[in-house]
Design a protein around this ligand. Structure first.
Ligand code: DAH
Length: 337
C-alpha cells in the first residue's frame, strides 16, 4: 500500500454492501481493529525512511478519519431505517375496540346486609357471629323452646344429629353472646340460617339479622325507638311503623313489626294483600327464662331482641317478587343493584 486507493476502494465497496449493524461492526474490526488492515499499515511506519514517514502517516490518518466517518454515517442511516421499519411493523391501531373485562358486582343480599349493619353500628351496636351448625341447646332449649315444644314446629329444621342442627335462626347467638359477657350489651348478628322450605318466598338457606340489647333499665320504648330509627334509615323517614302483638317463646311480650306498604302507600295492593301493611320483623322483651338460662338475674336486667329476614327486606326495598332470583347467579339480575 502506498496511496491507499485500493484499501479505500475495498472498504467503500464492503460498507455499501453491509446491511446490518453487525456487518458494519465486522468491517470496523477488519480495518481499524488491533490486527486490522489499517492498523498493520500504521505499524510499518517506523520501517520507512524518514522522508516518507510524514506523508504516509498523513495518508493513514486521512484514511482512518474517512473510515470512521463513513461508518458513523452508515450506522446512523441503518438505525434510522431500522426505527422506521419498527414504527411500521409495531404500529398500534388505536381505532380497534378495546378488550372487555367484565367487572363483578356486590350481591344485593350482601349490599343490604352491609347497610343494615352500618345503621346499627352507628347506633352503638357491635357485631357478633356464631356457628351455622348449632347445638339444639342454643338453637332451641336456651331460647325457651324445650324438646317437644310446639313452637319448634314453626321452623322446619334440618337435623344433623339428634342434638345438632343447621341453625334455623340467628337467635342462638344471643345466648352465646350473653354467656360470653355481662350487661350492658348491645349487638347484632348477621348470618346465614337454614330451613327445609322452598317456594317463591322461601329458600332452604337465607339470611337473618338478630339484635339484642340488655341493661338494667331497657324498656319496650327503647325497642320501638331503635327499630323505628332503623326502618326510617333503611326505607325512608316517612315510612309508617306499627307494632302488632305476637308470640315468640324467647320474648315476652312479643311483637311483629309492620311497615306501611311501600308499593301502594297503604291503599291496599296485591303485595300487602289489601292490608296496607307489610310485616318485616319479629321482636320483643327478652323472656326472663332466657336470662335465667344464661345466669343473668331477671330481677336486675331487662332487654329487647329482634330478628329480621334479609331477603325479605331486600325484596321489599327493590320490588323483587321471587326470592330464587338471588341464588340463580343470573348476571343480568345481579347487575341491576
Ligand atoms: N328468631 C325469629 C325467627 O327466626 C325472629 C325473632 C323474633 C328474633 C323475635 C327475635 C325476636 O330476637 O325477639 O323467626
Amino acid at each position: 500500500m502506498r496511496d491507499g486507493a485500493s484499501l479505500k476502494k475495498s472498504f467503500l465497496e464492503e460498507l455499501t454492501k453491509a446491511a446490518s449493524l453487525t456487518e458494519i461492526q465486522q468491517i470496523r474490526v477488519k480495518y481499524l481493529g488491533k490486527k486490522g488492515l489499517l492498523t498493520s499499515e500504521l505499524k510499518t511506519l517506523s520501517t520507512l525512511p524518514a522522508e516518507e514517514r510524514r506523508s504516509f502517516g498523513k495518508l493513514i490518518n486521512e484514511l482512518k478519519e474517512l473510515i470512521e466517518s463513513e461508518i458513523a454515517s452508515k450506522e446512523s442511516a441503518l438505525s434510522q431505517e431500522d426505527l422506521r421499519k419498527r414504527l411500521v411493523s409495531e404500529a398500534i391501531d388505536i381505532t380497534l375496540p378495546g378488550k372487555y373485562t367484565p367487572i363483578g358486582k356486590e350481591h344485593p343480599i350482601n349490599k343490604v346486609l352491609r347497610e343494615i349493619t352500618e345503621i346499627f353500628v352507628t347506633m352503638g351496636f357491635g357485631v357478633e357471629e356464631g356457628p351455622e351448625v348449632e347445638l339444639d341447646y342454643y338453637n332451641f332449649e336456651a331460647l325457651n323452646m324445650p324438646k317437644n315444644h310446639p313452637a319448634r314446629d314453626m321452623q322446619d329444621t334440618f337435623y344433623i344429629t339428634e342434638d345438632t342442627v343447621l341453625r334455623t335462626h340467628t337467635s342462638p347467638v344471643q345466648i352465646r353472646g350473653m354467656e360470653k359477657r355481662k350487661p350492658p350489651l348491645r349487638f347484632i348478628v348477621p348470618g346465614k340460617v337454614y330451613r327445609c322450605d322452598a317456594d317463591i318466598t322461601h329458600t332452604p338457606m337465607f339470611h337473618q339479622v338478630e339484635g339484642l340489647m340488655v341493661d338494667t333499665d331497657i324498656s319496650f320504648s327503647d325497642l320501638k325507638g331503635v327499630l323505628e330509627m332503623f326502618i326510617h334509615k333503611m326505607f325512608s323517614p316517612e315510612t309508617p311503623v306499627r307494632f302488632r302483638p305476637s308470640f315468640f317463646p324467647f320474648t315476652e311480650p312479643s311483637a311483629e313489626v309492620d311497615i306501611g306498604c311501600i308499593f301502594c302507600k297503604g291503599g291496599g295492593c296485591q303485595v300487602c294483600k289489601g292490608s296496607g301493611w307489610l310485616e318485616i320483623l319479629g321482636a320483643g322483651m327478652v323472656n326472663p327464662r332466657v336470662f335465667e338460662m344464661v345466669g343473668y338475674d331477671p330481677e336486675v336486667y331487662t332487654g329487647f331482641a329482634f330478628g329480621m329476614g334479609v331477603e325479605r327486606i331486600t325484596m321489599l326495598k327493590y320490588s323483587i317478587d321471587d326470592i330464587r332470583l338471588f341464588y340463580e347467579n343470573d348476571i343480568r339480575f345481579l347487575r341491576q343493584f
